[in-house]
Design a protein around this ligand. Structure first.
Ligand code: KIV
Ligand code: ZN
Length: 503
């Protein structure tokens, strides 16, 4: 399998996204995460741009180990000096120098001739080579450049010592088959091209950056330049996560060193620090990429995730896909969510709750867990009181061992229990647990105030499990939080008995 080098330019081209301005610390944090992701090259920035940018690149070069650290420089000595100064402390430094080769850029932007550009490109590579063995040369706007001139420039810079030649689609103009063809033709026509790594750098103006990068790989490119979340100038660069997952999911015969489990985390970090949100339907890392709303899809996913998911979310570091409950959801998904929340409703209760859920879903876009709990709380009330709390007394305070006395009735029979604990609720729970003699595990207990003030209504939520791992939830509210806690606990126990008897 041929190796594809992943060149991440989130911190350089990605940072050129309008509105993004990362400081030194933020850049370092992202660079460290990129190293964990195991990218091959991190383009840390453009040191000549500003003193702050220089410091940020230097900070990365001095502190991030593993990947090659590259810095961008125009094809002029001043830029190259500054780039080298910033990255010379790196384990593996690379100077990345560039000049435009398309006639439109040469004439309108640079106001030069082709010969002058050729000479400047060669001089820049030779100059960079005095500092650093690893020198990448980019022919800016390569896609719109005259093919023979492009070949001439690449041949000359390779001769001058470039180790990587990069073919940018600077304005995102290429179509996948054209771009693939360009790489193939360059490989056939640049006579010393086998001495270097051929790289591509695709922009996304037509939404084709990922497709163009893949087409280039299939036609012989060995390095792809890309960014996390597809950040970059204008419509951005090729999104790394998309290229990697296309190669992995479709088992293309290329080796990439990326640790895919770090993809989601990296994407989130970049979005948080740059302040650029990820569009919900963004491929691979969007909020909806693993969310299912249609009932038919949800049913399929519950049976077997591969029915509607081509990527296992765990592979990119997302624990599981998300079933979004809304008006398109079916009973299977609703029941599954209830079980996950710890509710085991009878068939009748489920029917009733599902009806209410559909009524609510007509009014609300997304039904949250809180909504579901509100819906089923009615069902919870009709749970028979196998055990009933008749009396509760708690003694606690400073210098006193918290002691609880409970009196519970079971079919009219009185059970008394007294226990001490680490606090009043602990003492009550121990006393109830001793009284009911039902095997269960206390999984979770939470207490929160529903209203404000010292006379607030407190709500206790208790989750217990039976020996087969099924969950049961009890909740109760009262201005007396110990009473709420005791009642919630007994409700969870009563619910368990309703479903499995007293065995
Ligand atoms: O898009 C582009 O051409 C670039 C080069 C500097 C590589 O970003
Ligand atoms: Zn670019």
């Amino acid at each position: 399998m041929s190796k594809i080098y992943i060149f991440d330019t989130t911190l350089r081209d990605g940072e050129q996204t309008p509105g993004v301005n990362l400081n030194k610390e933020e850049k370092l944090e992202i660079a460290k995460q990129l190293a964990k992701l195991n990218v091959d090259i991190i383009e840390a920035g453009f040191p000549i741009a500003s003193p702050g940018e220089f410091e940020a690149v230097k900070n990365i070069a001095d502190n991030v180990k593993g990947p090659v650290i590259a810095a961008l420089a125009r094809a002029i000595p001043l830029d190259i000096d500054r780039a080298w100064e910033a990255i010379k402390g790196a384990e593996s430094p690379r100077i990345h120098t560039f000049i435009a080769t398309s006639d439109i850029h040469i004439e309108k932007k640079l106001r030069k001739t082709r010969d002058e550009v050729l000479e400047q490109a060669v001089s820049a590579v030779k100059y960079a080579k005095r500092y650093c063995n690893d020198v990448e040369f980019s022919a800016e706007d390569a896609v719109r450049s005259d093919f023979n001139f492009l070949c001439k420039v690449f041949e000359a810079v390779i001769e001058a010592g470039a180790t990587v030649i990069n073919v940018p689609d600077t304005v995102g103009y290429a179509l996948p088959w054209e771009f693939g063809e360009l790489i193939k033709k360059l490989k056939e026509n640049v006579k010393n091209i086998d001495k270097v790594i051929v790289s591509v750098h695709c922009h996304n103006d037509l939404g084709l950056a990922t497709a163009n990068s893949l087409s280039a790989i299939v036609n012989g490119a060995e390095q792809v330049e890309c960014t996390i979340n597809g950040l970059g100038e204008r419509a951005g660069n090729a999104a790394m996560e998309e290229i990697i997952m296309a190669i992995k999911v479709r088992r293309l015969p290329y080796e990439v060193g990326i640790n895919t489990q770090e993809i989601y985390k990296t994407s989130k970090l970049v979005s948080t620090l740059t302040g650029i949100p990820i569009q919900p339907n963004k491929a691979v890392v969007g909020e909806n990429a693993f969310a299912h709303e249609s009932g038919i899809h949800q049913h399929g996913i519950i049976q077997d995730p591969t029915t509607y998911e081509i990527i296992d979310p765990k592979m990119i570091g997302i624990p599981e896909s998300k079933i979004v409950l809304g008006k398109h959801s079916g009973k299977h998904a609703f029941e599954k969510r209830l079980q996950e929340l710890g509710y085991n409703l009878s068939a009748e209760q489920l029917e009733e709750a599902f009806k209410k859920f559909k009524e609510l879903a007509d009014k609300k876009k997304e039904i949250t867990d809180r909504d579901i709990e509100a819906i089923v709380s009615n069902q919870m009330r009709i749970i028979p009181e196998f055990y009933k709390l008749e009396h509760l007394q708690v003694v606690s305070g400073i210098g006193i061992v918290p002691t609880a006395t409970v009196i519970i009735t079971e079919d009219g029979e009185i059970i008394k229990s007294v226990e001490i604990g680490n606090g009043p609720v602990d003492a009550v729970y121990k006393a109830i647990s001793k009284a009911v003699k039902i095997q269960h595990n206390l999984e979770d207990f939470s207490l929160k105030s529903i209203t404000g003030g010292t006379d607030a209504l407190g709500e206790a939520v208790v989750k217990i499990s039976d020996k087969d791992g099924n969950y049961y939830i009890g909740r109760a509210s009262s201005t007396d939080i110990v009473e709420a806690s005791a009642k919630a606990y007994l409700r969870a126990i009563n619910q368990m008995i309703m479903f499995r008897g007293k065995d």
